[in-house]
Design a protein around this ligand. Structure first.
Ligand code: SF4
Ligand code: ZN
Ligand code: ZN
Length: 319
């Protein structure tokens, strides 16, 4: 076994761009410090803020919840886990169990909402009826339920577990497909829009998944290791992830310089000033007359269901 660079214990991970090998205790310290610096650098969360943390049950969001819980006392914010049961068979059941177990370990009570309870169908059936790929529908559903809960329950911030690996892959894909609008929107923080959308932040924006995996494994944090049955390994964004992983091995720090560079210069890409308004059906954020969730449910289920999600969110109890 290789030694930790900072003490005599065995290292559990090698961090190439920082030229460090760290044991589990120093890895935790390193990640807490890194997330604290990310929160401060991008002014993500203020003192007294109430933060709704999206936890899927996967390794990234489980690590994020644990790290935010560790920082909440010192930085003076409140953390509430939010889990959306997507209705994807045994995968969703295992995800829900992992979130409940982790929340229990951290002394937190999660808010859990089931897509099937609110819409009458889970994500796979909703996608089938809409005639769209499961992941496209899932993205719209997850974003909508999370924002609705945050707005209705008065949270200041929602936190999502996108990592440096995720963001850099989306950036590379956007360059390859000349999707300048996506590059213009690449940001660790999307500001709140009064009454329509809560502030959305990515505390793991500068953290790599290799470090996260070593963290959750070495600390025994519950998470679902199996991939969702709808995850596709043949997409362009997945190829971008693989290419960037290879480049990062040869040139440590490349992912971070890519995403920091795009954030610094995103104003030069067309599409940064997209207008927003209130959805005519549900009243939450929309870029057109009706929001994408009301559109989706109107076409798949015969009526827009935003109001049902808002009603369900208002009945969630925190405490
Ligand atoms: Fe949803 Fe697709 Fe992720 Fe499965 S792989 S959880 S369907 S976005
Ligand atoms: Zn150490
Ligand atoms: Zn709507």
């Amino acid at each position: 076994m290789v030694r930790c660079s900072l003490c005599d214990r065995d290292a559990v991970v090698r961090i190439g761009y920082a030229r460090l090998r760290l044991c589990r205790a120093h890895l935790r310290e390193y990640l807490v410090r890194r997330v604290r610096r990310t929160i401060e650098r991008y002014e993500m969360i203020g003192q007294g803020d109430r933060v709704l943390v999206a936890v899927s049950g996967g390794k990234d969001s489980s690590a994020m919840l644990s790290l935010l819980a560790a920082l909440s006392g010192e930085l003076g914010f409140e953390v509430v886990p939010f889990h959306l049961d997507l209705g994807i068979g045994s995968y969703s059941e295992a995800s829900r169990r992992a979130v409940e177990e982790l929340s229990g370990m951290l002394g937190l009570k999660p808010l859990v909402v089931s897509v099937r309870d609110v819409l009458g169908v889970g994500v796979p059936e909703l996608a089938r009826r809409a005639g769209r790929p499961a992941c496209a529908v899932c993205g719209v559903v997850k974003r909508y339920f999370l924002n609705a809960a945050a707005v209705v329950l008065g949270f200041d911030v929602v936190a999502v577990g996108h990592t440096a690996d995720d963001v850099s892959a989306y950036v590379l894909k956007a360059f390859l497909t000349q999707d300048w609008g996506s590059l213009a929107k690449t940001s660790p923080v999307n500001e709140a829009v009064d009454g329509l959308a809560a502030r959305r932040v990515k505390p793991l924006f500068e953290v790599h998944e290799k470090e996260i995996l070593a963290y959750v494994l070495s600390w025994g944090l519950p998470f679902v290791g199996d991939a969702c049955p709808y995850a596709k390994l043949s997409t362009l964004v997945f190829d971008c992830r693989r290419a960037l992983a290879m480049l990062e091995r040869r040139r440590p720090g490349l992912r971070l310089s890519l995403i920091r560079g795009v954030v610094r210069s995103r104003g030069i890409f067309p599409g940064s000033e997209e207008p927003v308004r209130a959805c005519s059906e549900c009243g939450l954020i929309s870029s057109g007359e009706m929001c994408s969730f009301c559109h989706l449910t109107a076409s798949a289920l015969g009526e827009p269901m935003g109001a049902e999600v808002i009603e369900c969110s208002s009945q969630l109890s925190i405490g």
